[in-house]
Design a protein around this ligand. Structure first.
Ligand SMILES: [Zn+2]
Length: 454
């Protein structure tokens, strides 16, 4: 496809396009997204699904939507199995005693109360562990030392994260007693990165944690000496019964097609170690501000702008699954969707997954995004994790790609706090979300449905 970025489809009223350009530029000076993010991280803070912070976040979100003047504010129930963090310690007993900075992986089982003490067996990658003979692993604590590679698009995460997902199950299958991994992160701080591990109730699993990058380096150096390394591990995080969280939804109603939705948003939950500023209070600030500024400056558009603050993305995309189930009979009214969930640094590209017939409107989006230094990344795009069920069901999606070069220094750590957000970069995000959301809400056509996964 050849994209003429200068073209502007003639379906849009020139006065509307002019208003949109003015709003885009005004948004670059807006502090609203930052203020919303500051409010969530200060007044609620950590909000692990099922924790007291979860309920506080739901109440915060309803109140904030109302304060911002959303036309309709709703909650929808999200059932989930709760996982609760406990104590977490790891100590090398021999040959060189040392305390490791560790955090449990979400959805893993606890060690016995007295902990687990065993020899460490080292694998460079998950694939090496998967290829190992059971006799190498039986009775031991496995350790995967693969380091995540830094990149603008964050693609190093996808490569390294398989180890976090599978090591507890692979270790159990080979008779190991526990598993540790090098944190999936790009920093050199002694702040371990948590994150979800795969869980299936019928597949055996062992207690598992992530150690900080410097501790992983140290452990590799110890292991190089070819003496047995003995580790004592205590992780008491555990499954903790049933809980019902809520998706919180704020609608700015459409003037002509109020039952058709442009779905934007973020996930409301966070891991519990920091205040979840980058992941994902920032996404909430960006998308809530975008909808609010469109509404206040241009007024209602043809379609409804729906901001969904998704529940429990982090250990189960429970909110996404519940929404898809609850809205099964009106999926085709979900015209286009996107989620902001990769921090708050500048957006450098737009990717879409829309029908060919909608590409002239994408051209119009690009002509308004170019001045923000945003390129087009093609029509094979995706979006955030919370849109996976709806995308698989056929909904058209877009992704505004943020620079993720430094995101994984902080992701899922105690260092994910508000000071990591640059308000100017965040405002550029808001400007871009305004452009895409407003043009989609005002377009005369849909963006296709039932698009292939390829
Ligand atoms: Zn996230």
């Amino acid at each position: 496809m050849s994209l003429n970025v200068m073209a502007e489809s003639d379906q849009f009223n020139p006065a509307f396009l002019q208003q949109l350009k003015v709003l885009r530029d005004q948004a670059l000076d807006s502090q609203l997204a930052y203020e919303i993010t500051e409010s969530l991280t200060t007044e609620v803070g950590a909000r692990l699904a099922g924790s007291p912070g979860d309920a506080k976040a739901v109440a915060w979100a309803q109140a904030k939507f109302k304060e911002l003047g959303f036309d309709r504010v709703m909650t929808e129930p999200v059932p989930l199995k709760r996982w609760t963090r406990g104590q977490e310690t790891a100590r090398i007993l021999s040959p060189f005693p040392h305390n490791l900075a560790i955090t449990a992986l979400g959805r893993t089982h606890p060690t016995p109360d007295e902990g687990i003490t065993a020899e460490v067996v080292h694998f460079a990658t998950l694939a090496d562990l998967q290829a190992a003979d059971k006799s190498e692993v039986a009775g031991k604590i496995t350790f995967i030392s693969e380091r995540m590679v830094r990149s603008q698009d964050g693609s190093g995460y996808g490569k390294a994260v398989a180890g976090r997902g599978l090591t507890a199950q692979v270790t159990a299958a080979k008779g190991g007693v526990a598993a540790i991994i090098r944190s999936i992160g790009t920093d050199n701080n002694r702040t371990p990165h948590t994150g979800g591990a795969r869980y299936d109730k019928d597949i055996p699993s062992v207690p598992a944690g992530a150690i900080s990058n410097p501790d992983a380096d140290l452990l590799v150096n110890m292991l190089k000496r070819n003496k047995p390394v003995t580790l004592q591990l205590k992780l008491t995080s555990h499954w903790d019964g049933d809980y019902t969280s809520q998706n919180v939804i704020g609608d700015m109603l459409g003037s002509e097609k109020p039952d058709e939705y442009i779905v934007i948003g973020c996930h409301l939950d966070s891991w519990d170690l920091g205040t979840g500023a980058l992941d994902d209070a920032a996404g909430c600030g960006i998308t809530m501000a975008a909808a609010k500024l469109i509404h206040d400056t241009i007024g209602p558009l043809k379609r409804t702008i729906r901001v969904v603050l998704w529940a429990n993305e982090e250990y189960g995309i429970s909110g996404a699954i519940a929404y898809h189930e609850a809205h099964k009979n009106e999926l085709k009214q979900h015209i286009l969707g996107g989620e902001s969930d990769l921090g708050a640094d500048k957006i450098y590209a737009l990717g879409t997954r829309v029908a060919e017939s909608a590409l002239p409107t994408v051209d119009t989006m690009m002509s308004l995004l170019k001045p923000l230094d945003i390129e087009y990344a093609g029509n094979q795009g995706s979006s955030g994790a919370d849109l996976i069920p709806m995308r698989r069901a056929g909904m058209a999606v877009f992704g505004l790609k943020q620079d993720a070069s430094s995101y994984f220094d902080y992701h899922h750590t105690a260092n994910d706090t508000l000071d990591k957000i640059n308000p100017e970069s965040m405002a550029q995000n808001v400007a871009a979300w305004i452009v895409v959301t407003a043009l989609a809400a005002e377009a005369d056509h849909d963006f296709g449905f039932g698009l292939s996964e390829e």
